[in-house]
Every structure is written in structure tokens, then in C-alpha cells.
Design a binder for this molecule. Structure first.
Ligand code: MN
Length: 396
């Protein structure tokens, strides 16, 4: 009954992926048009609602990639990012003019913090507000969907945030975006800002999108706090790639929501079983390795060497896992041996090699491998076969 109530209260949450825009900005990444198409197709197959496909003013490649994604990837809404510059909107239009107007749009942003206003733009608050109004009106002439964001929003005075977003909504913005451009928020401050902006946007039927960076390692926590505080749309990237420490990772946010539906009470369309494949695809095409200990999709998430953990996992995998490998589309549990392994793990590994030992011989073999040096471990199978042979000989 409780579960049904939670389900009844669940509101949809829109998952917007920016792997192909913010993720692509990561130093060392060079996605080809074909790479972008492959990733966009995988995102659509995983159930992502929105794809931010690129920055059209960046290059003709970007325009081409956005155009082809809009033409060849059915399903998600396709967004392009623009500065508050007419030429950027025109570049987005050249990419999206042929697309279904109900399925595409632009995000426009202006540096809003005192630092950005003074040093980057050299504009007063009043000049920024004028720019926002002009640009949103211009963008709305072409696009039915225009999301306006205050860049460096987390370092912008709350009073100016309210002013800027109000001007944007008055000019016709259909969504507002709140970025923590340099990743300085904490869960508490992310929630407070989100509540303030939801209160501003919701009465006007405008949806709030949050975009959080990971400079303090808090992007996922901040995103979840914003979801609890009422954010409608979250910007995420596969594997958390993006500027500096990256963005909130799609796989982490999706799994937190999936594991705790009664707490977050938001329904999402993303299929968790696609997460491992998505992360591997993006890692392969970006050339950015997925760390072994990457939350949710790293190679070590379902691998353990320690004896106590191996013993528990062999008795019941749930003893030492938050979720089973199949939930995120991973291939299975692996129990590589190490000097910290125990009898249960050794017996299992020897069985794989076709070797069965008596309990006494197993104990002797375990002592032998624990005493082996780092160089011996380089040839794990050879070490095990020698240790087993010796242990059996000792018994005879
Ligand atoms: Mn960003």
C-alpha cells in the first residue's frame, strides 16, 4: 500500500544529457560526427528525454552533427547551446531548421555573476538584462523552446538571479537553467537556490533545469538535493565527463533515483540496464578511460579480492553489493585472487582451473599463495598451479 501511494505521488523528472556538449568540451576529447551520432543513438535507446547535442557556433562540424542527430535519432528532444548572440541563434537555426519544431530548441546563456559581468562581458546589470530580453525574443522567433541560463549562476547575487530569470520569462523563455558553472555548491546551498527558482518559475508554468559541476566531488549529491527541492530537469553526462572535474554523472543519478524511489518520488524513463554499455561506449569514443572504481559502472564495482567479501558474495551476492550486475547491464561478479583472499575464493578459483583439494591441502595452498611475492602474482595461474601441486604432495 505504501509503495502504491509513493508511485501515485511520483512526478516525472526529465533527464537531459549533455555528454555531446559539456562532455565534449573536456580536454583530449574529439568526437567525430559519426561518434556523436553513435552516442546520441545509444542515449535515445537508453531512454534519455533530452540530448544537448552541441554548440553550433563552435564549428561547422557541430552544426552538421546536430543536424544529423535531429534527423536520424528519433525520440529525444534535441537542444543546441547558444550565447546571447544573434549569430549563435542563427547557427543553431541552420542546424535545426529542418527538424520537427516540437522536438528541438535552444539554450541561451549569459555570464551573470559579478565576475562574469565585470571581467568577461564588461556590462552592467542593466545592460545584461537588456541583452537577455533581446536574445530570448530573437530566439523565440525561430524556436518554440528556449531555455535561458545565468552562467555562473551559483556565484550570482540571488536578487540578480531573480531579476534575470524574470526578464527572460517575460521575453518568452519556456525554461530556465541554473548552472553551478565552477562546482562550488553543496547539497544544502543547491537545494536552497533550487527552491528559490522553482518558486519563481512554477507559477508561470516554466520548468527549472539544473546543471552541476563536480569540482568538489558533489555534483551527484547536489543534483539529488535539487531534485528533492523540485527541479524539473537535470543536466547530466555519461561517466561524468565535462569541463574540469566534469558534470553530474548520468549513471550515478539514475541509480540513486532507481534505488530510492520512495525518497525521491520521481519517475524516469532511463533504463538502468543500459548504463554500463553507455559508459563503455563513451569511454571508447572519447578516449577517456573509465576509472576502475568509477561509481556504478567501473570495472571493480562487481569485483572483489578480499577474503571476507569473497566468502559473503559466494554465499549470497547481496551481502556485499548494493545491486546485482544485471541491474546496470554488467556481465557478472568476478573474484580475482589476491594475498588478502581466503579459502572460499581460492577453492572457487582452483575449481575453475579443474583442481580440487582436500580441506588440509587447501589450507596449505592458501598459506603458500599468501607468502608469495609480487613477482609471483604476475603469473596468477602459474602460482596457483604450483601452490596446489605442492600442497597435494605434502599430503602424500
Ligand atoms: Mn557546464
Amino acid at each position: 500500500m505504501k509503495k502504491r501511494m509513493a508511485k501515485l505521488c511520483s512526478l516525472p523528472l526529465t533527464i537531459s544529457d549533455t555528454t555531446l556538449r559539456d562532455g565534449a568540451q573536456m580536454p583530449g576529447i574529439h568526437f567525430s560526427v559519426a561518434d556523436k551520432l553513435a552516442i546520441a543513438k545509444a542515449l535515445a535507446a537508453a531512454g534519455v528525454d533530452v540530448i544537448e547535442a552541441g554548440f553550433p557556433a563552435g564549428s561547422t562540424h557541430e552544426i552538421e552533427a546536430i543536424r544529423r542527430i535531429a534527423a536520424e535519432v528519433p525520440g529525444p528532444m534535441i537542444m543546441a547551446l547558444c550565447r546571447t548572440v544573434a549569430g549563435d541563434i542563427d547557427a543553431a537555426w541552420s542546424a535545426l531548421a529542418q527538424a520537427d519544431p516540437a522536438r528541438c530548441g535552444v539554450g541561451v546563456f549569459v555570464g551573470a555573476s559579478p565576475l562574469h559581468r565585470r571581467y568577461k562581458l564588461g556590462k552592467t546589470k542593466a545592460q545584461c538584462l537588456e541583452l537577455i530580453a533581446q536574445c530570448v525574443v530573437y530566439a523565440r522567433k525561430r524556436f518554440a523552446r528556449v531555455t535561458f541560463s545565468c552562467e555562473d549562476g551559483s556565484r550570482t547575487e540571488p536578487s540578480f538571479l531573480r531579476q534575470a530569470y524574470t526578464v527572460a520569462m517575460d521575453a518568452g523563455a519556456t525554461g530556465i537553467g541554473f548552472p553551478d558553472t565552477v562546482g562550488i555548491l553543496t547539497p544544502e546551498t543547491a537545494a536552497a537556490r533550487t527552491r528559490m527558482l522553482v518558486a519563481l518559475a512554477r507559477p508561470r508554468g516554466v520548468r527549472l533545469r539544473v546543471h552541476f559541476h563536480n569540482d568538489l566531488g558533489l555534483a551527484t549529491a547536489n543534483t539529488l538535493a535539487a531534485i528533492r527541492a523540485g527541479a524539473d530537469i537535470v543536466h547530466l553526462t555519461v561517466g561524468g565527463i565535462g569541463e574540469r572535474a566534469g558534470n553530474a554523472p548520468l549513471e550515478e543519478t539514475v541509480m540513486a533515483l532507481t534505488l530510492h524511489p520512495d525518497h525521491y518520488r520521481r519517475t524516469i524513463r532511463v533504463d538502468p540496464t543500459r548504463l554500463t554499455g553507455l559508459c563503455r561506449l563513451v569511454s571508447r569514443l572519447s578516449g577517456i578511460p573509465l576509472p576502475a572504481n568509477k561509481a556504478v559502472t567501473g570495472a571493480n564495482i562487481f569485483a572483489t579480492s578480499a577474503g571476507v567479501h569473497q566468502d559473503g558474495l559466494l554465499k549470497n551476492p547481496d551481502t556485499y553489493l548494493p545491486f546485482r550486475p544485471e541491474v546496470v547491464g554488467a556481465s557478472g561478479i568476478s573474484l580475482p585472487l589476491s594475498p588478502l583472499s581466503g579459502k572460499a575464493g581460492l577453492a572457487r578459483r582452483l575449481a575453475e582451473l579443474g583442481i580440487e583439494l582436500s580441506p588440509d591441502a587447501l589450507a596449505r595452498a592458501l598459506r603458500a599463495i599468501k607468502n608469495a611475492g609480487k613477482a609471483d602474482w604476475a603469473d596468477e595461474e602459474g602460482l596457483l598451479r604450483r601452490a596446489a601441486a605442492l600442497a597435494q604432495k605434502d599430503a602424500s
